[in-house]
Design a protein around this ligand. Structure first.
Ligand SMILES: [Zn+2]
Length: 366
């Protein structure tokens, strides 16, 4: 088992292409070609976590939050981040971050929250646009199945819960090769007319190189005729925040009690209760004040997130209850998710949950 094998499972589940532009996901420290001795999963990387990894003989730390974020100009040990990085490098411990790419996928951070709250009819609250493309490829009839299968196997043709989606139209293709050509069908300098099928498939744009490569391998022609068109459609499976519904509605205080119980909360900051039942719940793990307006537009009864500032609470405008459950608490189950993703591929491999409590916030209760 190499470190790169673990990284591959993580990136298949949460593609790096889905991270936000400001983010810094991926391998941040270490050499992915080395054998992996064990993995430790955490929300944050601190020197205590590196020490724990060393003690438990794990040379890979998989974290939600990237320890290198927003640039670093020197590594001389002047602060906790620099000290942690020096300690990781000295001990040959690799650090990998799976952050907003894990936030933005359907079965990511928010799915964990939805599970704990028992929500149905889940949808991405703010789906991303401009991350899908469409491929049109012209194939002689005898090779249609082979090319279509290659496209599906390479990741094309998936729309939400449906895979192997394509549209196929029959027609006639014409071509004539010059003196340098080597046509599969027909001869040089003679116009050939062939019964062809135009296959149309949608695909995530980040897979373009791989899909075109596989398409060409399966296609019998020397020169494959194809078009790629970027789509402005939203990808309903990728984006920020989530929306879900409770099986049966409950009062606001009952819901806050449920939230508090399921996430072991010491406090919840919230806007004025509106004395309306809660049925539709919008939420976003981590800092999610940017989605308050989306939650209102989606007619959610409550919006749960964290790191909501004083002035942002005003955005509720008595249209919704906005509740802040604190950052670490909202993402705590992400650690289990990281473990699940890695174990799914390597069930017997040592994948541990860090025992270090990295939450920098404590609560004073009277
Ligand atoms: Zn976070």
């Amino acid at each position: 088992m190499l470190i790169s094998d673990i990284i591959q499972s993580l990136e298949k589940f949460a593609p790096l292409a889905y991270q936000e532009t400001y983010d810094n996901c991926g391998l941040l420290v270490g050499n992915s070609t080395l054998p992996c001795t064990g993995v430790i999963c955490t929300l944050d990387v601190t020197s205590a976590v590196v020490e724990e990894a060393k003690q438990k003989n794990c040379n890979l730390i998989v974290a939600h939050h990237p320890i290198i974020f927003g640039g670093i100009r020197k590594i001389v040990g002047n602060n906790e981040v620099e000290k942690t990085l020096i300690s990781a490098i000295k001990n040959d411990i690799a650090i990998y971050a799976c952050h907003t790419n894990l936030d933005n996928i359907f079965y990511g951070v928010n799915h964990q929250i939805a599970e704990r709250l028992g929500l149905n009819n889940r949808k991405i609250l703010q789906p991303k646009a401009n991350i899908l493309s469409k491929l049109f490829v012209f194939v002689p009839k005898s090779s249609v199945d082979k090319v279509r299968n290659a496209l599906f196997n390479a990741g094309a043709g998936t729309i939400a819960n449906y895979s192997e989606c394509s549209f196929n139209t029959s027609g006639e293709g014409t071509f004539m090769g010059n003196e340098f050509s080597n046509p599969t069908i027909g001869k040089q300098f003679i116009r050939e007319t062939v019964d062809e099928v135009k296959i149309e498939v949608i695909f995530p744009s980040y897979l373009q190189y791989h899909i075109i490569e596989q398409m060409k391998l399966a296609h019998p022609y020397e020169e494959v005729a194809y078009d790629i068109v970027p789509l402005s459609n939203q990808n309903q499976q990728v984006g920020s925040g989530m929306l879900g519904e409770l099986e049966t509605e409950m009062s606001e205080t009952e819901f806050l009690q449920l939230l508090s119980h399921q996430f072991c909360l010491k406090s919840i900051k919230h806007t004025k209760l509106l004395n309306k039942p809660i049925k539709k719940v919008a939420f976003c793990g981590g800092a999610g004040s940017f989605l308050i307006k989306n939650a209102i537009a989606a007619k959610a009864d409550i919006y749960i997130s964290s790191d909501i500032k004083y002035h942002e609470f005003f955005d509720a405008e008595d249209k919704i209850v906005v509740a802040d459950m604190c950052h670490w608490e909202s993402e705590q189950f992400t650690i289990e998710l990281l473990i699940e993703i890695i174990r799914a591929k390597t069930p017997t491999f040592a994948v541990l949950k860090s025992e270090v409590n990295t939450n920098p916030v404590s609560y004073f209760t009277v």
